[in-house]
Design a protein around this ligand. Structure first.
Ligand SMILES: Nc1nc2c(ncn2[C@@H]2O[C@H](COP(=O)(O)OP(=O)(O)OP(=O)(O)O)[C@@H](O)[C@H]2O)c(=O)[nH]1
Ligand SMILES: [Mg+2]
Length: 307
């Protein structure tokens, strides 16, 4: 029998490179919300992969971005802190996009963290969107970038989280970099995110669908209350969830609510289905849209919204 291993791997990378989708694929369950809007992830989210020989905890991060607001700066600090704490670093670079300054900047941040001898793995994501030749070229380009920056990747792995290609292999390769140790979380636990955070995220994910420009960045969700409806019998429960959807300007409020409230109703019913699936109980979801003026730049508001 081999020795049991356990520890943490984190994913960094430009916005939209598939970090959260890959985290979910590795865990085999949706622990992080995903969207085609950049900067979807705003917290570090731990997804737990338990196997007989190892427990691999994936830390999905907001990536790294050019900070334009106080929120952006806070998120970058959060990611930097995570890099210093994990056992193996993962950088995600999509197969279908040329390597750019953003990737090189992030690889540079990894190189700094790697000074502490943390191994780094490069993941070429979204291989289902690229030809074999494109993938081969990207693997080479990633190795070249690593050499330029002075970071030697322990592995460079092509994966498709959507198709499930090579996801198992990536789990094996990350696990191989972990130190020996006992499980860190109880078997069967998939994430340590509090339920209220997960519920808020599912609402934000539904609200992100179909909004454009600056609005995705302006959205924040806070769950104010989650209580079982009184007077319900045990076999007919209902959970009352009351949540606030925040935007930054009055003009955005109307967009989120939609004509006659149509859009908000749609967001509510999509989110409710996902929350019911997560919690395994029928839910009554009560959403309110509120304005928190320029919250991304305001320390007080950021605190209120959980950053
Ligand atoms: N075709 C394809 N699309 C993918 C794959 N992985 C992710 N995507 C898509 O890429 C977009 C971004 O995915 P996310 O997982 O949210 O990316 P992220 O890196 O976590 O993004 P941020 O949290 O904003 O930094 C979504 O529309 C995903 O559906 C993949 O393997 N194949
Ligand atoms: Mg993400």
């Amino acid at each position: 029998m081999t020795e049991h291993r356990s520890g943490f791997a984190c994913f960094v990378g430009r916005p939209n490179t598939g970090k959260s989708t890959l985290t979910n694929a590795l865990v085999g369950s949706k622990v992080a919300i995903t969207s085609d809007r950049p900067q979807t992830t705003r917290h570090t989210i731990r997804g737990i992969v338990s196997r007989p020989d190892a427990q691999l905890v994936i830390v999905d991060t907001p990536g790294f971005h050019r900070p334009r607001t106080l929120l952006g700066e806070r998120l970058n600090d959060l990611v930097r802190g995570t890099l210093a704490e994990v056992d193996v670093l993962g950088i995600c670079i999509p197969a279908d996009e040329k390597i750019g300054p953003g990737d090189r900047y992030i690889a540079g941040e990894l190189a700094k963290a790697k000074k502490k001898h943390t191994p780094a793995v490069a993941v070429v994501t979204k291989t289902d969107t690229a030809s074999k030749q494109q993938i081969a070229e990207q693997l080479l380009a990633v190795a070249t970038m690593g050499a330029d920056i002075g970071i030697e990747f322990a592995e460079i792995v092509p994966v498709s989280a959507v198709k499930g290609d090579q996801v198992e292999l990536l789990a094996d390769l990350l696990t191989a970099q972990l130190p020996p140790g006992p499980p860190l979380y109880p078997d069967g636990e998939l994430t340590d995110s509090p339920e209220e955070r997960m519920v808020a995220e599912l609402i934000r994910e539904a609200a992100l669908e179909g909004v454009r420009d600056e609005l995705p960045h302006s959205l924040a969700v806070v769950v104010e209350e989650m209580v079982p409806r009184e007077g319900r019998s045990e076999d007919n429960p209902l959970l009352d969830v009351r949540a606030d959807v925040y935007v930054e300007r009055d003009s955005q409020k109307g967009i989120v609510i939609g004509k006659g409230g149509a859009r908000l109703r749609e967001v509510g019913s999509t989110a409710r289905r996902h929350i019911e699936a997560l919690l395994g109980t029928p839910v009554f979801l009560d959403l309110h849209v509120r304005v928190a003026k320029d919250w991304q730049r305001d320390p007080k508001q950021l605190r209120k919204l959980g950053f």
